[in-house]
Design a protein around this ligand. Structure first.
Ligand code: ATP
Ligand code: MG
Length: 703
């Protein structure tokens, strides 16, 4: 473009200054206004924070105090592009349409382009006469614009943009105004440089702010101390985890978290490392403000100043209490599993051995042959074997080898039944309560197992309340939410007893763990509850506070879908008696007496004989009444087999039981009935005898 600076591009010369006073006054007023404009621009520059705000403010000030009709700020974009950053004033829209590409001007002739290329102020003094304005002359004139100026501003020496101002005064942009506008341009350039620096500063501030937000929001507790260990900063996580507020912690020593669980060696090792300038990491059990403990993974690092000296220590603590608990739970579960396997195997074999002891004890008893002075011994044997089986049953339950029959059970009815029974055995100083909503869903459970568990929990509660208290069983059903797995039903057994400390609570499910005196507890109750709940697919949790009480919570799955078989328990087959006449032949007097008593107690009429001869006589007297004969085999005078033959001669098919110590197998079905002879194992039990007798009497062939 032109060679002389600031040459008006329309080539028109500045009009000579009017000599009259009025004109001089006008000029002074105009200059005062322009200085005001400049000073406003300067103030604006101090205030603003970013270029966008700067451009907005400059444009506004130009309109208000510069007395211009439009103020537009354009910025260079790429090599040739121009972008409108701000357009202000009544005709701003029009101007901003022109400016980006200046389409209405011949290339290289517009004032904006001139200013941006040269970096010098360009003035368009007489718009109506400007030769290069082709398309935009009319709209500009219609908007009332007489003259315009493009004030370039630079950043780092290169023009980066321009302030375009338009005036309705034909005499606008004289030399003084141009000089002032140049200063405005310089100021904008300086402000941009300044803002760049400020921007960078702000960026680092923002980085710091981000960092501090991270520190403030992180889940890890952060503690900073000075080199002497006085706390200078703690973050919100610290406050949350420890319960100490920042105000309480700052100025104190991290010792305030000391639980006493760390050895002095640990602390010495820590300080050795830190004073050597290294980080220390480890696990601490710390103490919260409320006195409870928490486990945390800790990293402590020294921070060095520029001179290499330690200026601060930073500690990071991650609360791992929950993680550790889960690990412990897993370990505990694995241990229980292993113990379960072991006890399960032993218990199974032991159970068979104990059955033999018990069965034979019962057999000995049923013979009635035991000398009276030996009876207490037998009673002891049986009592011990029964206690043994009871233990074995719990062990089998613990190792999940109990046969369970699960069905839909109404827990409240079952608990009610159990509590009614328990009530009779609990001391009067213990109050029993059942707390359940009116409608409780059925649970998927084995009634027998549920009873056993409740009885055990109630027994534990009783033992925990030697001076009385409250035993409360509560039922909490979870609300049913469609689409979710079957919600659970919780049965909570609560006592107001002595409670347990952490050590006992942690071990209470272990088989044989008991705190009760020898002979009082076997330590199998909770082990059984544990195993049974696992087998039910449920859980058991215990909460306890020493001196306050304990709550054992059993969570059962809710029974869903089809109802199981009737929840009524299947009664064991009932022993039925009868009124028939039975001929009993037994030479041993005690046994004959016992058998007679048993049969008579169940309604039968008994004809008792000492041997075959006597039996035959009796039979002949009561021939029509005798429905069945039970005979010993080995007897004086006439034995069982001889008697059988004689009887069958008198009345073929008469049912005869031969009692023998040797195992004899009955024939089956009609052949048996036709043969008329059955065998009963000796020594029989009362149930055996009554059962077999009824069985034979009910054979259809006999009636
Ligand atoms: N409700 C409770 N309150 C206080 N301590 C309890 C309670 N329930 C269980 N315990 C503690 O847990 C231990 C183990 O209980 P568990 O029922 O397994 O065995 P036990 O009652 O000692 O013996 P068992 O039940 O075999 O007769 C108990 O000895 C007792 O220390
Ligand atoms: Mg118990």
């Amino acid at each position: 473009m032109g060679s002389s600076p600031d040459r008006p591009i329309d080539g028109a010369a500045s009009p000579p200054a009017a000599p009259d006073l009025a004109h001089a006054q006008q000029r002074v007023a105009r200059l005062a206004q322009l200085y005001r404009f400049l000073s406003d621009v300067n103030q604006t520059l101090i205030r603003v924070h970013d270029p966008g705000e700067l451009f907005d403010a400059i444009a506004q000030v130009a309109l208000r105090h510069g007395n211009y009709q439009a103020a537009v700020i354009v910025l260079r974009e790429g090599t040739d592009g121009i972008r409108v950053a701000v357009a202000a004033g009544p005709a701003a829209e029009l101007v901003s349409q022109i400016s980006p590409t200046l389409p209405g001007t011949a290339p290289g002739q517009g004032m904006t382009e001139a200013a941006l290329r040269s970096g010098r102020l360009a003035v368009l003094r007489d718009i109506p006469a400007a030769p290069h304005l082709v398309r935009w002359r009319a709209p500009l004139i219609a908007a009332g614009f007489q003259a315009g100026a493009a004030v370039p501003f630079t950043e780092g020496g290169a023009p980066v943009g321009a302030l375009l101002v338009f005036s309705s005064r034909p005499d606008a942009f004289d030399d003084e105004e141009q000089a002032l506008l140049r200063e405005v341009g310089d100021d904008i350039g300086m402000a941009l440089v300044h803002l760049g620096a400020v921007g960078r500063l702000r960026e680092s501030e923002q980085r710091l702010a981000r960092l501090s937000r991270v520190v403030e929001q992180t889940a890890e507790a952060v503690i900073m101390t000075d080199p002497d260990g006085t706390i200078t900063y703690v973050n919100p996580a610290f406050e949350r985890i420890t319960g100490y507020s920042a105000a309480e912690a700052i100025g104190r020593n991290p010792r305030l978290l000391k639980s006493g669980n760390q050895s002095t060696e640990t602390y010495r090792g820590l300080w050795d490392r830190i004073t050597a300038g290294e980080s220390w990491s480890g696990t601490f059990v710390n103490r919260k403000k409320d006195g409870s403990h928490y486990t945390s993974d800790v990293v402590i690092s020294p921070i060095r100043g520029p001179d290499g000296r330690i200026t601060a220590l930073v500690g990071l603590q991650r609360d791992v209490t929950r993680e550790r608990e889960l690990q412990d739970q897993l370990r505990q579960a694995q241990k229980m599993e292993a113990v379960g396997q072991l006890t399960g195997g032993v218990a199974h074999d032991f159970n068979n051995l104990l059955n033999v002891v018990l069965a034979n004890g019962a057999l000995i008893e049923s013979t009635g042959l035991l000398r009276p002075e030996l009876e207490p011994y037998l009673e002891d044997i049986q009592a011990a074997a029964r206690r043994g089986s009871e233990m074995i049953r719990k062990l089998l339950a613990f190792s999940r080898r109990e046969q369970l029959t699960r069905r839909a059970v109404n827990p409240v009815m079952l608990i009610g039944d159990v509590l009614r029974t328990l009530r009779l055995t609990l001391p009067a100083s213990i109050t029993c309560e059942l707390d359940a909503p009116v409608l409780v869903p059925e649970v998927d459970a084995d009634t027998g197992a549920m009873e056993q568990m409740l009885i055990n929990l109630a027994t534990n509660a009783r033992d925990a309340m030697p001076r009385g208290g409250t035993l409360r069983v509560s039922v909490y059903p979870e609300p049913f939410t469609a689409g979710l797995e079957a919600p659970e039903v919780e049965i909570a057994v609560h006592d107001s007893g002595e409670g347990m400390d952490e050590g006992v609570r942690a071990r209470m499910f272990e088989p044989f763990f008991t705190t009760k005196p020898a002979g009082r507890g076997t330590g199998l109750g909770m082990a059984m509850v544990y195993g049974l709940m696992q087998q039910h697919g449920g859980t058991v949790r215990v909460e306890s506070t020493p001196g306050v009480g304990s709550t054992v919570r059993l969570r059962f799955r809710r029974a869903v879908g089809q109802r199981g078989p009737d929840a009524k328990r299947v009664a064991p087959p009932k022993i039925r008696g009868g009124s028939e006449t039975i001929l009993l032949v037994e030479d041993e007097e005690a046994l004959r007496r016992a058998a007679t008593r048993i049969l008579e107690r169940f309604g039968y009429r008994v004809l008792a004989a000492r041997d075959g001869v006597e039996a035959l006589e009796l039979f002949r007297t009561h021939r029509d009444a005798v429905a069945l004969v039970v005979s010993d085999v080995v007897m004086p005078r006439m034995g069982g087999e001889e008697l059988l033959a004689a009887l069958h001669r008198e009345r073929p098919g008469l049912p005869v039981f031969l009692a023998t110590g040797y195992t004899q197998t009955d024939l089956s079905g009609p052949a048996q009935a036709a043969s008329g002879v059955w065998f009963i194992q000796k020594p029989w039990t009362a149930d055996d005898l009554l059962g077999r007798v009824r069985e034979v009497l009910d054979q259809p062939q006999l009636s």
